[in-house]
Design a protein around this ligand. Structure first.
Ligand code: 5GP
Length: 197
């Protein structure tokens, strides 16, 4: 039979749509999924820890990493750089692990070019107004940052039709269950399993 190769699961959403809560729940409940910790030049938010949410680096280091080919994809999002480590992604996949990538639409499309079978999920709030409410309520960003994020959300939503699944995150637990169901179905999908008799 075939050697098992892990699946790439990309989750994108405008910030504030609940993607982090969904990803955390998926990782916690499924031991075959590894979270891809990105590198970023943005400052850590309160409570964030280097090497857990992100690897936090300065712009000089990030640009060196681009040059040395560390990233399988990288992008500038909300005025900061973010990148996915090639070694972590490929290492986990070759061990048969699935890898969850929480990345923006640019990164998602870039990965899709390189991995045609990557599963792409787009998470959105039921409305843009609801997105703004959530960003204000979580109280993590300045008013200016929130406005930038809303403007970015409008742009990002235009790419939703490039994704395989669109999840409207109204009730968190339902959305988590939906994502779990999609992953389960995709694992059983014939197109992902090259069957050798
Ligand atoms: P935040 O700063 O709110 O954690 O993330 C901002 C945006 O950057 C989110 O849309 C997130 O998905 C995206 N992002 C995080 N890591 C990466 C990455 O490695 N590559 C790309 N392209 N986007 C990323």
């Amino acid at each position: 039979m075939n050697k098992k190769h892990g699946m790439i699961i990309i989750v994108s959403s405008p910030s504030g749509a609940g993607k982090t809560s969904i990803c955390d729940a998926i990782i916690k409940d499924d031991k075959n999924i590894v979270y891809s910790i990105s590198t970023t030049t943005r400052n850590p938010r309160t409570g964030e820890k280097n090497g857990r949410e992100y690897f936090f680096v300065d712009e000089k280091k990030f640009k060196q990493d681009i040059k040395t080919g560390k990233f399988i994809e990288w992008a500038k999002v909300h005025n900061n750089y973010y990148g996915t480590s090639k070694a972590v992604l490929q290492g986990a996949l070759s061990k048969g692990k699935d890898v969850l990538l929480d990345i923006d639409v640019q990164g998602a499309l870039n990965i899709r070019k390189q991995y045609k079978n990557a599963l792409m999920l787009f998470i959105m709030t039921p409305t843009l107004k609801e997105l703004k409410n959530r960003l204000v309520k979580r109280n993590k960003d300045s008013k200016e940052t929130i406005n930038t994020r809303i403007e970015n959300a409008k742009k990002e939503i235009k790419y939703a039709d490039k994704y395989d699944y669109l999840i409207f995150n109204d009730k968190l637990q339902e959305s988590i269950n939906d994502v779990k169901s999609v992953i389960k179905a995709e694992r059983l999908s014939i197109k992902r399993n090259k069957i050798i008799f």
